[in-house]
Design a protein around this ligand. Structure first.
Ligand code: ATP
Ligand code: MG
Length: 734
């Protein structure tokens, strides 16, 4: 076997890559080369002639990871990866349904609703059904529906034991019927529908079982019940399953991820064939020690430890900011310094627990002209103007899509009022047709709208995709609308970016989540390939947030910890390490103590994921006060900071005497405004000795703010100098 391929592997990795044709579980910690082993195995199998590229099914969790996998494969192996089934669960399910739309009972141009489209569809349904939205909150209906779908249950299988759940199940059923009528699906539907397709259609199932000789799954610890069942449907008697995962990185329990799948997989497929990898190649020693020590505090683990042959490296830098703005300024300073020292911006990541935290960071980066890219957050394809353009495109390919129809029938305004639309909806309901059909047979302005869509359709029919989109944006009136809008410049730019995205999509042939023609020689049915527009629309729905304007430029990476899974960076900043934020308050406040323990353990795994993204340098920061959701909150430092071994940490506040000698200097350095308080109204005075439950005893050295906002600065004997909110700190005179 070609040795260069195996040269860069340690003996355990090599054993995993070259396993014979049998199922196995690779259970290993972060940065131990799981993903490298998985991709190398794919190349090894193909190169050795053990399987042809179309006999491979490889699944991972994000489009970014799937793309990375494709890239790694094609650099090692000069083959056309296009026909390979490598992608995310949703991407592959979409591919299956596009190929077998007829058997799946879908129209050829079925569309995919993202989560906000889905919510609007539910609201529209509830309105038509006259459902009390106070009693049945649309969001809860959405959770109900998605939760059941993700567990593989249709409405008829949903357990309904009281009036409330019976009504929910009814709504679920009606929602599915509405989607079917309109030719749309949602994310969990992709998976459930393709599962049902294979489950019921034996010839098709047998075809795929025979075809896929090797199924490889990355991040297996995060599979949910339906995903695991979905995978199992593809596994025939000649299929070898290769699952790699790390129970310590399971971070999607809240979405139904089930680590029990790992034990079940071992029993059902691997039969004890478990390979462990313990050498970490990613991080320097101190970073790894921190990660190991932290995760050791979780009780529910399969248990493993990581070591590295690298030296200790640099200590982990801990920084206590005065406020979230101060934290952001600190990050900007450090990022610029590192960048000047030669670290690419794209090799640095700013991580946070919740999306809401990014605003302040973005503001500081923007003011300092540091290029950055946010993953998640307000996603590109979810921006208002992009959604409008996509709705026009959806109508071109599937006019039955009532959601798309309603979005743009009067945008830009065409004088079609709410009353007209109500009448139209009535007509449609009475004759059991879509709004589109009703519009076509009615007169007036709605008919004019239908005519406009028909005209656009005719003139874009033979245009290449980017030009077609350009034409839609102009002919629909969207471009003029935003040109006339004082604040429309950004939106126009985004619409241009949509055209660029389509051009890029065409160039790349729509990889990885949209299917090309199925080139497998033994394809079970002569498959018509979906139109490029349909593939692009699916891509827009599935890529959800991973496309960003200006992709390709060197930019600092901003994302939630969840989105950082599987990635690595030279330098990582974990910001907002405060109680209530990380660990998130929702995780620590859950009723029973068992739940609470589980919630906290999941947060700790999340912190473990965050720490192990760093290769060389790690920053942990927290702020004494933070503006979040319109409120100032004063958070104590995260308990996770206390759980790290002191000897690997470097306290930046203590080192930098300018910062410890009082808030005044801090303010000077980072411009945070401070309102002084002499302390008279607080019951304390400067110089007084006090005791704090966590930090021990200390002396008051300063005050600021008034009333409920009053804060006090205490120099603790053993815990450094801290600003504390009097209302929360529970100080007592000592
Ligand atoms: P995660 O749990 O975070 O997904 P992982 O186990 O998938 O991590 P990889 O991303 O595959 O780990 O590998 C981590 C880093 O170590 C990568 O940069 C990879 O190229 C490198 N690496 C893995 N194995 C080796 C090896 N044998 N020699 C040198 N570098 C290696
Ligand atoms: Mg990985």
């Amino acid at each position: 076997m070609s040795l260069p391929l195996l040269e860069n592997l340690n003996p355990e990795q090599r054993a995993a890559v070259t396993l014979p044709h049998e199922s196995a579980l690779i259970l290993a910690g972060a940065g131990s080369g799981k993903t490298r082993v998985l991709t190398t195995r794919i190349v090894w199998l193909i190169q050795g002639g053990q399987v042809s590229p179309h006999g491979i099914l490889a699944v991972t969790f994000t489009n970014k990871a799937a793309k990375e996998m494709m890239t790694r494969i094609s650099t090692m192996l000069p083959i056309n990866t296009r026909g390979m089934w490598v992608g995310t669960f949703h991407g592959l399910a979409n591919r299956l349904l596009r190929t077998h739309w007829r058997e799946a009972g879908l129209p050829q141009s079925f569309q995919i609703l993202d989560s906000s489209d889905q919510l609007s569809a539910i609201k529209r349904l509830m309105k038509a059904m006259n459902v009390d939205t106070e009693k049945y909150e649309p969001k809860k209906v959405q959770w109900f529906i998605n939760g059941h779908k993700e567990a593989g249950r249709r409405a008829r299988d949903a357990e309904a034991f009281d009036e409330y759940s019976m009504r929910m199940a009814e709504l679920y059923e009606a929602y599915d019927a509405q989607c079917q009528r309109e030719g749309v699906t949602d994310f969990p539907e992709l998976l459930l529908r393709s599962y049902e397709l294979l489950y019921r259609n034996e010839p098709l199932r047998e075809h795929y079982r025979d075809r896929f000789r090797h199924i490889l799954i990355d991040e297996f610890q995060d599979t949910n019940t339906l995903q695991y069942r979905w995978l199992k449907l593809f596994a025939g008697p000649h299929t070898a399953l290769f699952a790699v995962g790390d129970d310590d990185q399971s971070i999607y329990a809240f979405r139904g991820a089930n680590t029990a799948n790992m034990a079940e997989f071992e029993r059902e497929f691997a039969h004890g064939n478990v390979i462990r990898l313990e050498q970490n190649y990613r991080s320097h020693g101190h970073i790894l020690t921190a990660a190991n020590t932290l995760i050791a505090q979780n009780a529910h683990r399969l248990g493993k430890n990581l070591w590295t042959a690298e030296g200790d490296g640099e200590p982990i830098r801990v920084f206590e900011a005065y406020s979230d703005q101060d934290e952001a300024s600190f990050v900007v300073d450090e990022v610029r310094t590192l960048n000047r020292e030669g670290i690419a911006l794209s090799d640095m990541a700013l991580l946070y627990r919740s999306n809401a935290q990014s605003r302040v960071l973005e503001h500081a980066l923007f003011s300092a002209s540091v290029p950055y890219r946010v993953y998640g957050g307000l996603r590109f394809f979810e921006r208002q103007e992009i959604k409008h353009a996509l709705a026009y495109l959806r109508l071109l390919t599937n006019p039955e899509d009532d959601g798309a129809f309603l979005r743009v029938v009067n945008f830009p305004t065409r004088g079609i009022g709410a009353r007209t639309l109500e009448q139209l909806a009535d007509t449609a309901a009475r004759s059991g047709t879509s709004l589109w059909q009703a519009a076509c047979t009615s007169g007036g302005k709605v008919a004019g709208f239908a005519g406009l869509i028909e005209a656009i359709k005719a003139s874009t029919r033979d245009l290449p995709l980017p030009e077609a989109i350009d034409h839609v944006i102009e002919a629909s009136g969207l471009a003029d609308y935003y040109r006339a809008d004082k604040e429309g410049a950004d939106r126009l730019e985004n619409l241009n970016e949509l055209i660029n995205a389509a051009a890029l999509f065409s160039e790349e042939g729509g990889l990885p989540d949209a299917p090309g023609p199925d080139t497998a020689p033994d394809a079970p049915v002569a498959t018509e390939s979906p139109s490029e527009l349909d593939r692009f629309l699916a891509h827009a729905a599935l890529e959800a947030g991973e496309h960003q304007a200006g992709a390709g430029h060197d930019a600092l990476q901003l994302m939630t910890v969840h989105a950082a899974k599987g990635l690595e960076f030279h330098a990582v900043f974990i910001t907002g390490l405060e109680e209530g934020l990380f660990p998130h308050e929702q995780s620590t406040l859950k009723g029973t103590s068992a739940n609470e323990e589980n919630g906290l353990e999941e947060e700790r795994r999340l912190m473990y994921v965050a720490i192990t993204r760093a290769r060389r340098r790690l920053y942990l920061s927290h702020a004494q006060s933070r503006m979040l959701h319109g409120q100032v909150r004063y958070g104590l430092p995260s308990r996770f900071l206390d759980e790290l071994p002191e000897q690997v940490l470097l306290n930046l506040n203590r080192r930098d005497s300018a910062r410890t000698s009082g808030v005044q200097q801090t303010a000077g350095r980072y411009g945070a405004p401070v309102s002084r308080n002499p302390g008279h109204d607080t019951g304390y005075k400067v110089g007084q000795s006090v005791a704090h439950a966590k930090f021990g005893t200390g002396i008051i050295i300063d005050f600021e703010g008034r009333g409920p906002d009053a804060r006090v600065q205490v120099k603790f004997r053993d815990a450094g100098t801290k600003w504390l909110a009097l209302a929360y700190a529970r100080l007592s005179p000592a």
